[in-house]
Design a protein around this ligand. Structure first.
Ligand code: ZN
Length: 581
């Protein structure tokens, strides 16, 4: 059997449906068992309910330090499409290594070659407790199904399945001051009430109970539902407490999931790119999250423009600035989110992808600020969604209303919608194309890796038994050895170093045993950076190369090790024999 046939035989169906935890574990274990030289499976951490947060390392010789790309999905419990896309990326990386010339159609040979030297760290499901709750009960969970609030007296909604159909949907209660009416066009579809709408009017609440219930007062439902913490507000960069940033958690990395990610990231400076997968919307969201583009380093901005151009080309999604197009309140940044941590504290080319371009598929024109898509959903959009659901989503979204005797509220109706497949995540029929488009995009970003090489350029006899060896340290990659211009200031973002050891022979200048090479630029200039020929198009001087000369006395071997904690290390051995040189 060929490797590719073997790989296909291991597939657990993640491109066609959303895997529960047991099946996800089976998928990961199968790859790790089948390809132990390419795929290492380890625990990143443990969830509160005792599930392992799995972490795949992909690439040959996984312990050899070299530039690495991080991919995580499904930190938000409902956003299970992120797991599928993360697994698709992992599978494409396996394809890259397992097959020859036919690997990844459309990726040129020289790009495949570059990609084979990148390590991939993939965490397909950051919040396994949350995802399991969503997939097995249909209950809305923002991140993880836990609530450690100390103020237990204030009533709150607890979502859950009351009528035993295995889903946690909505409840409607007729009320003269109800804010909702049933659509005249689509039976059962609830829409916001307008002045000219005749009754009946309804109040809409989550399926569930009120804890504690005083017998009369109904609390507001909350976007975090009955979970306390939003993992994507719990990261340490620009963290703010809960009264400033809802969902922040008790302190940065107070949750086992965020703690596990941060501990790994802090120990792995070689991560140069970071993909944080979410749904839905159909957009790439990049830094800066807290400032306008005018405050961004122009080199970093040009780099993101290139990644954004590829995003449009391969996925049809635009890339927008978090601050300029994704602040829910004008000029108020989101605090404690993962990609800002990865960009600002780990110096990685990080971004969010909100998978599934539902708005575009409903024919909704793009608003000036992308985030307004979410707030400007109209009755007409909901009707279009209902049509989409019956035509293209096998009617998975909408559920009929059924009478139910609520233990606290008396007679209600339960039904409405289950948005897991079709709104929060793509329909199963669309998942495969989402997976392949995003895997293709991520591999292009991975190919930007810095690529440090060292080669001998000259070896010549000097006075007596001394030989002069000249080597060139070169970065053949797109990105510079410091990755992001804005990240040069980070302590760990060290310059390249050259360490020389001798066997038999000796360095004339013992001070050359460890030399600072400095940072090397990459060849990449981003997109529309004003550096095309005719505009301002000439190379910089020797910015990608640096020469080092060593004087070596006697016969033997000069062994050089060049690199940094970000780029990994590359070696060169030069044989010295003065008589023959
Ligand atoms: Zn999300």
């Amino acid at each position: 059997m060929t490797n590719m046939a073997r790989l296909a035989g291991l597939d657990c169906g993640f491109r066609a449906s959303y895997l529960d935890y047991a099946t996800l574990c089976t998928q990961l274990q199968r790859w790790a068992d089948a390809f132990p030289d390419l795929c290492r499976l380890r625990a990143l951490g443990q969830s509160t309910e005792g599930r392992t947060i799995w972490h795949l390392t992909l690439g040959p010789d996984p312990d050899r330090l070299r530039p690495a790309v991080w991919v995580d999905g499904n930190m938000h419990a409902c956003e299970v499409a992120g797991s599928s896309v993360a697994l698709a990326i992992a599978e494409d990386v396996l394809r890259l290594h397992l097959s020859g010339e036919d690997a990844l159609p459309g990726v040129p040979a020289h790009v495949r070659e570059r990609l084979r030297d990148v390590l991939f760290y993939v965490v397909p499901r950051m919040s396994p407790d949350g995802a399991e709750c969503v997939l097995t009960t249909g209950r809305f969970v923002r991140s993880a199904p836990r609530d450690r609030r100390q103020n237990r007296e204030a009533p709150r909604w607890q979502r859950g399945d009351l009528d035993g159909d295995g889903q946690s949907l909505l409840m409607r209660i007729p009320h003269p001051a109800g804010e909702f009416v049933e659509s005249r066009e689509v039976a059962g579809l609830m829409v916001a009430r307008r002045l000219d709408d005749a009754g009946p009017y309804y109040k809409l609440f989550p399926e569930g109970t009120i804890e504690p219930f005083d017998g009369s007062n109904i609390p507001d439902p909350h976007y975090l539902s009955d979970n306390q913490t939003d993992l994507n507000r719990n990261f340490p960069y620009a963290w703010m407490p809960d009264h400033v940033q809802p969902g922040a958690g008790d302190f940065p990395t107070s949750e086992p999931e965020t703690r596990a990610v941060v501990e790994f990231a802090a120990a792995h400076p070689e991560i140069f790119a970071w993909l944080n997968l979410h749904t839905f919307g159909g957009v790439f969201i990049r830094p800066l999250g807290d400032k306008p583009d005018s405050k961004m380093h122009p080199g970093d901005l040009a780099l993101y423009r290139q990644i954004g151009a590829w995003a449009e080309e391969l996925t049809g999604y635009p890339m927008v600035s978090g601050f300029e197009e994704f602040t829910y309140e004008p000029d108020k940044p989101i605090y404690g989110d993962l990609t800002e941590y990865a960009f600002n504290q780990r110096g990685a080319v990080s971004y969010v992808v909100e998978l599934w371009d539902l708005f575009k598929r409903l024919g909704k024109p793009r608003p000036k600020k992308f985030v307004d898509y979410y707030s400007e959903i109209t009755r007409e959009d909901l009707v279009a969604l209902a049509r989409f659901d019956s035509d293209e989503n096998a009617g998975r979204l909408f559920r009929p209303w059924r009478r139910f005797d609520h233990p606290q509220l008396g007679p209600v109706e339960i039904g409405g919608a289950n948005p897991v497949v079709g709104v929060w995540n793509p329909p199963y029929e669309r998942l495969a194309e989402v997976c392949s488009a995003h895997a293709a995009h991520l591999l292009r970003v991975a190919a930007l890796t810095p690529a440090v090489r060292v080669r001998e350029v000259d070896r010549a006899a000097a006075a007596g038994d001394v030989t002069r060896v000249t080597v060139s340290v070169e970065n053949h990659g797109y990105l510079p050895t410091y990755v992001l211009a804005s990240a040069v200031k980070l302590d760990f973002n060290e310059p390249l170093w050259a360490r020389a050891e001798t066997r038999g022979c000796a360095l004339v200048d013992a001070g050359h045993a460890i030399r600072e090479v400095g940072h090397l630029e990459g060849w990449g200039r981003g997109f529309a950076s004003g550096e095309e020929p005719l505009a301002y198009g000439e190379s910089k001087g020797s910015s990608t190369d640096r020469r080092l000369t060593y004087l070596v006395r006697g016969d033997g071997v000069l062994a050089l090790r060049v690199g940094s904690c970000r780029t990994g290390w590359t070696t060169l051995e030069v044989s010295i024999s003065p008589a023959s040189s």
